[in-house]
Design a protein around this ligand. Structure first.
Ligand SMILES: O=c1[nH]cnc2c1ncn2[C@@H]1O[C@H](CO)[C@@H](O)[C@H]1O
Ligand SMILES: [Zn+2]
Length: 432
């Protein structure tokens, strides 16, 4: 007997061979998809009737600082440099590991509610992030965010913490957690340090997560200090590869785009954060045309200010259209691909498609709503009309984390209450 059957759903498989199945069934066993089709002979312990709903792969958020959810709305409407140096970093210095655990639990709750099945994270006290992920039942690629600012002693310490984290948590939570190295950015990490981190990541056989060319200030800094942009600089130290997840990549030349595509770098586009901080617009269309793997992320909650990947999909499409003045770029299905298939590829997880043998990481979206009627094209609604609030059921590794609107893997009210209390205590310690 299988574990779970979902029947009568409109299935958006995201599998190019299978396409959409108008009235289909998915069978789940041992955390994996056993069958996808129009009918089944199987029986299961639990059956979900998804009549009137869409079943699709859950969304993958490829750039997040989940612990920062504790800072939602804390510092808005300022320049990135000012925001980080004068507000976020001083506040982070006062964060306890309990605060980060509380913030990450809140983030996991929000992600489960809004249909995200996996996220890539870079933050501090990452062991508590891992604990929260483990308990919440979601999937994640976690890294400790390392910054050395050219200080050799700090570099040693950071690498020690990052490396210990990589080894302790890789493959944990039944394989739901994988680890990465997280050197923060080319303008906050020294050249020597970036070389060491890359070598260590290759030795440990894990991927790397880094911010790249988010701002024009970084581009100017790199040109002044190294006579080249971050893309060429990182090429020069053999950093690039399919093992790299580069967040933002806003300030790219045509030559940079070629390099990123050629090395198979995974690029996390974070349109809402880029708009809010006025960082600029990532040339997504050119990257895709060049053959690069572009996926989608929210960034942290202090620069977004939520973790709703449906909003991110809509923003990605709209921003790209207006930036190249062409409404035909990034059509709905392409954006859905970025948020599912491409994201899963970037993290190296076997999710992002509803196909036999893949992880049973999927979501059910209620279509019986005023803002989702009538339906001509399901993909259009998911990108242009739906929001995370329309997700009714979220399943990760075959386990139902939210069932018809009720979150099962955590006590929702407790998570919210603890986060609010932590934010108040934190404000007291910061002194505003
Ligand atoms: O948009 C961003 N650009 C650069 N750094 C960021 C952004 N959002 C968060 N952080 C910072 O990255 C570090 C990760 O460990 C944290 O210090 C976090 O505040
Ligand atoms: Zn970030």
């Amino acid at each position: 007997m299988a574990d779970l059957i979902i029947k009568n759903a409109y299935i958006l498989t995201m599998d190019p061979e299978a396409g959409d199945i108008k009235n289909g069934v998915v069978v789940v066993e041992d955390g994996k998809i056993k069958e996808v089709g129009t009918s089944t002979e199987c029986t299961a312990k639990k059956v979900i009737d998804a009549k009137g709903s869409v079943l699709m792969p859950g969304l993958v958020n490829t750039h997040c600082h989940a612990g920062m959810t504790i800072f939602r709305g804390y510092a808005d409407d300022m320049q990135l440099q000012d925001w980080l140096e004068n507000h976020i970093w001083p506040a982070e210095a006062k964060l306890t590991d309990d605060d980060i655990y509380a913030g990450t639990r809140l983030a996991c709750l929000e992600m489960i509610r809004s249909g995200t099945i996996a996220f890539a994270d870079m933050y501090i006290h990452e062991n508590r992030v891992a604990q929260a992920v483990d308990e919440a039942g979601i999937r994640a690629a976690l890294s400790y965010g390392m910054i050395d600012f050219g200080d050799k002693e700090k570099a040693d310490k950071e690498l020690e913490v990052g490396s210990a984290f990589v080894k302790e948590w890789n493959g944990k939570a039944g394989g739901r957690i994988i680890t990465m190295y997280g050197p923060h950015a080319p303008n906050t990490c020294s050249r020597d340090f970036l070389i060491r981190v890359k070598e260590q990541a290759v030795r440990d056989n894990v991927k790397l997560h880094i911010h790249v060319l988010e701002t024009e200030a970084e581009l100017n800094y790199m040109k002044e200090n190294f006579g080249m942009c971050s893309i060429h600089f990182l090429k020069g130290i053999d950093f690039w590869g399919t093992d790299v997840l580069a967040a933002h990549c806003v300030w790219l030349s045509d030559g940079d785009i070629k390099i990123l595509a050629e090395y198979g770098v995974n690029i996390s586009h974070n349109p809402n954060s880029n708009m809010k901080l006025a960082s600029g617009i990532c040339p997504v269309t050119k990257l895709i045309d060049a053959g690069a793997n572009v996926c989608l992320g929210t960034d942290g909650c202090a620069s977004n200010n939520n973790l709703d990947m449906f909003e991110e999909m809509r923003s990605a499409a709209l921003l790209q259209k207006v930036s190249v003045m062409d409404p035909t770029v990034l059509p709905a299905r392409k954006v859905l691909e970025m948020a599912t298939v491409n994201g899963a590829k970037a993290l190296g997880i076997n999710s992002g498609m509803l196909k036999e043998g893949y992880n049973a990481d999927m979501i059910i979206i209620d279509m019986n709503k005023a803002h989702l009627a009538p339906v001509y094209d399901v993909a259009s609604h998911l990108v242009y009309a739906a929001s995370g609030k329309d997700v009714r059921t979220t399943i990760v590794a075959g386990k139902v984390l939210m069932d018809d609107g009720k979150v099962l893997s955590m006590d929702e009210q407790e998570v919210i209450d603890i986060a609010i209390k932590a934010s108040k205590d934190l404000l007291g310690r910061i002194g505003n």
